[in-house]
Design a protein around this ligand. Structure first.
Ligand code: FNR
Length: 382
């Protein structure tokens, strides 16, 4: 209604309300390097496409005459009440998209009441992001370093910054084969973008022979040496349990057996995610594996979902298939690239408005009413 009212007054939205159009606008706006980094995916992009196609394999079956005047979008996630079932996914190096970077995105998230997940690879020190977003809900995403002291230091800082949950990303020990970055040799990290959390960390800095300002190249080399440890196994999770007291969530789970192992490891939740198709090209669409992971997790884990969410009906489908909430990745980065903080607000508000409308028009008033029986497989889908 607000959009129509403003439109009538001669002020239509500055960005499209069809969020699937943002990608083409970003491609026009940003240079080739940043576009490759933000929009790009692994290989020829077939998993990124599979993420979108997976949503189209399900169709909503609307119900009628059910009094949908009063609606409540709140959900309980990791023991906390969220006003809406959406959070902003951890995205590193946001300075690539817009000078406002993490501060702008985090402020927009706080204004809309959605959690902001601070990336380990932030281009702004986490303390400054936290300060910018006031008391907005924030979670911390860990790229689990080889060095235990650095990891412990990150966890302590995240706690001091008021992060209420820890998401540890399991699918990015090595960077995926991303031709858009490789072909242009574009790597923001080589220029120090996305290293701020490291370059301000006392444990990281203690490992440098000379201060960052004197030898930035050596600092970047040290960053690459530390980040990612493909040798990690399930047994190592005990270390995180020991050093993080709040909810612990594994990001990047795709197989039901891994969900069972997550239960055994005593974690609180998982994010069903394939990193937006940026890691294993040829991997299954993320939504395709959601039902099996939810089945394996039962009610012992909070299952969150990301990869491919673009519209309000996507949110409805993911919740109907058992996700407690979804994380939004690229679309908010596109909003940031196109219009800074207001651009992120536009994306979040648009997604939530479309979700609420779709929910009501389908005959439901809250996420808790959704289940697999709200959907059918599309004709021709397996
Ligand atoms: C990411 N993602 C990501 N994940 C993570 O755990 N830590 C990170 O620092 C990043 N950085 C990052 C940068 C960029 C440019 C993108 C696009 C993505 C993955 C992100 O959290 C999420 O899993 C995907 O973006 C979800 O897919 P969609 O919504 O982009 O399709």
């Amino acid at each position: 209604q607000e959009i129509f009212r403003k439109g009538v007054a001669g002020a239509p939205p500055r960005l499209p309300t069809d969020l699937t159009r943002l990608e083409e606008l970003v491609a026009e706006r940003l240079g080739a390097g940043p576009v490759g980094t933000v929009v790009g995916a692994a290989g020829d992009g077939r998993t990124a496409r599979a993420n979108r196609e997976a949503f189209d394999q399900w169709r909503i079956v609307p119900r009628m005459l059910r009094d949908v005047r009063v609606r409540d979008l709140a959900v309980e996630v990791l023991g906390r009440r969220l006003p809406v079932p959406v959070a902003l996914a951890p995205v590193g190096a946001l300075a690539v998209a817009h000078p406002g970077a993490e501060r702008a995105a985090a402020r927009a998230a706080a204004a809309q009441g959605v959690p902001f997940v601070l990336s380990s690879s932030s281009s702004t020190p986490m303390e400054e992001v936290a300060e910018a977003m006031g008391d907005g809900e924030r979670w911390f995403q860990l790229y689990w370093a080889k060095d235990r002291e650095v990891t412990k230091s990150f966890l302590a800082r995240a706690r001091a910054c008021g992060c209420t949950a820890l998401l540890v990303t399991l699918d990015t020990w090595l960077l995926g084969w991303r031709p858009a970055d490789l072909d242009q040799a574009y790597m923001p990290f080589l220029h120090g973008v996305g290293t701020a959390n490291h370059f301000t960390d006392p444990a990281f800095l203690a490992g440098l022979a000379r201060p960052v300002e004197e030898d930035p190249q050596a600092a970047v080399t040290h960053f690459f040496r530390l980040s990612g440890d493909p040798g990690k196994t399930w047994e190592d999770l005990a270390f995180l349990r020991e050093h993080w007291q709040g909810p612990l969530v594994l990001k990047g789970i795709q197989h039901p057996d891994d969900a069972r192992r997550a239960v055994d490891a005593g974690v609180d939740g998982v994010v069903v995610s394939n990193h937006g198709g940026r890691q294993v090209n040829g991997a299954v669409g993320s939504l395709d594996v959601l039902p099996a992971v939810v089945g394996a997790a039962g009610d012992r884990l909070d299952v969150l979902f990301d990869s491919g969410v673009r519209t309000g009906d996507d949110v409805l489908k993911a919740l109907a298939l058992g996700a407690r909430a979804v994380l939004l990745g690229r679309p908010y980065v596109y909003g940031l690239a196109l219009d800074g903080e207001p651009g992120v607000e536009h994306v979040v508000r648009t997604l939530l408005a479309e979700f609420e409308l779709t929910l009501a028009l389908s005959g439901f008033t809250s996420p808790g009413e959704l289940g697999p029986d709200c959907l059918v497989r599309a004709p021709g889908a397996g």
